[in-house]
Design a protein around this ligand. Structure first.
Ligand SMILES: [Zn+2]
Ligand SMILES: [Zn+2]
Length: 268
C-alpha cells in the first residue's frame, strides 16, 4: 500500500478526532437510560443521575460466586461446587441496576445494554489479564425467547466487552437446545434440575483449550452459568470465568442448601 493511501488502513488520529467532533455536533450524545443530554466524549453514555442509580456494589463479594461473604466465608461455595473459576459482577440486582437490567433485555433498550456493558468492562479489564481470558461467550437464549424480545442482552454485553477488552467473541459458542421453564420462582435445587442439558457447545474446535469469559446479564443462584460452564469444560475448554451485570443476592443472603425453608429470588 502506498504511504499516502490510508483508505484500507487505520484511520489517522487527527481524522478520528474530527469525525468524533462532527458526530457529536450532528448527533449530540444523550443518556442511554433517561434520554437527557450529556457532555461529549463520555466513555459511558449515562448521565450522572443514571450512573449513580446503577451503582449498587456488592459488599465483600466472594471471589468465586460474587455473593456477599460473612467473615470471609461464603456459605454458597461451602456447599456448592461450581464448575467456573471466579465471578465478577458489576453490582447487586436491586434498585436502579435491576430496573436498567430489565429494560436492557428489550431491543429498543440496546443502547442501555451497551452502556451497562461498558461499565462491566471497566471492572473486568484489570482481572481479564490475570485470568488469561482468550475468548468471550454469551449465555445464549432460546430462539423463541429471542424472537419475542428481538435481542439477547447477554450477547450485546459480550460483544461490547470483547471489543473493549480486545478479545474474540463467539456469539454462537453455545446454543440453547430447549426452552427452560422460568427460573424466577424456583428454589435453587429446582433451578439446577430445570437447566440441566439446556446448552450445547457449537464452536467446540474454536474454544478448545481456551480460557473462556462467560457473560450474562443476571446471575441469581448461578445454576444457569454453572450448567453452561459444565458443558464448556466437557467440550475441552480449559477454564470458565464469569462476568455478569447484576448478582441477585436475595434477602439476607439466604442459604441455598436450607431445604426446609426454600426461599425464592425473583428475576424480572
Ligand atoms: Zn440518565
Ligand atoms: Zn462463593
Amino acid at each position: 500500500m502506498d504511504g499516502s493511501d490510508w483508505s484500507n488502513g487505520p484511520i489517522p488520529d487527527a481524522f478520528k478526532c474530527v469525525g468524533a467532533d462532527l458526530r457529536d455536533w450532528l448527533f449530540p450524545p444523550v443518556c442511554s437510560c433517561c434520554g437527557n443530554r450529556i457532555a461529549c466524549g463520555q466513555p459511558v453514555l449515562l448521565c450522572s443521575r443514571c450512573r449513580r442509580a446503577v451503582d449498587h456494589p456488592i459488599e465483600s463479594p466472594c471471589p468465586c460466586c460474587a455473593m456477599p461473604q460473612f467473615a470471609d466465608h461464603c456459605r454458597w461455595c461451602a456447599r456448592t461446587r461450581y464448575h467456573f473459576s471466579a465471578t465478577v459482577a458489576w453490582g447487586e440486582y436491586r434498585g436502579g441496576l435491576r430496573r436498567a437490567v430489565v429494560k436492557a433485555k428489550q431491543e429498543r433498550w440496546e443502547p442501555l445494554a451497551r452502556s451497562l456493558a461498558a461499565l462491566l468492562s471497566e471492572k473486568l479489564l484489570p482481572v481479564a489479564e490475570s485470568w488469561k481470558i482468550d475468548a468471550v461467550v454469551p449465555i445464549p437464549t432460546h430462539w423463541r425467547r429471542r424472537w419475542q424480545r428481538m435481542t439477547n442482552a447477554a450477547e450485546v454485553l459480550a460483544t461490547v466487552i470483547g471489543r473493549r477488552l480486545q478479545l474474540p467473541v463467539f456469539p454462537n459458542g453455545l446454543a440453547c437446545r430447549r426452552l427452560a421453564g422460568k427460573q424466577g420462582t424456583l428454589t435453587p435445587a429446582a433451578r439446577r434440575k430445570n437447566v440441566r442439558g439446556v446448552f450445547s457447545v457449537t464452536r467446540q474446535r474454536s474454544l478448545q483449550s481456551k480460557n473462556v469469559l462467560l457473560v450474562d446479564d443476571v446471575m441469581t443462584t448461578g445454576a444457569t452459568v454453572d450448567e453452561a460452564s459444565r458443558m464448556l469444560l466437557a467440550a475441552g475448554v480449559s477454564s470458565v470465568w464469569i462476568g455478569v451485570m447484576a448478582r441477585g443476592v436475595g434477602q439476607n443472603n439466604f442459604d441455598p442448601c436450607n431445604a426446609g425453608v426454600p426461599r425464592k429470588i425473583r428475576v424480572g
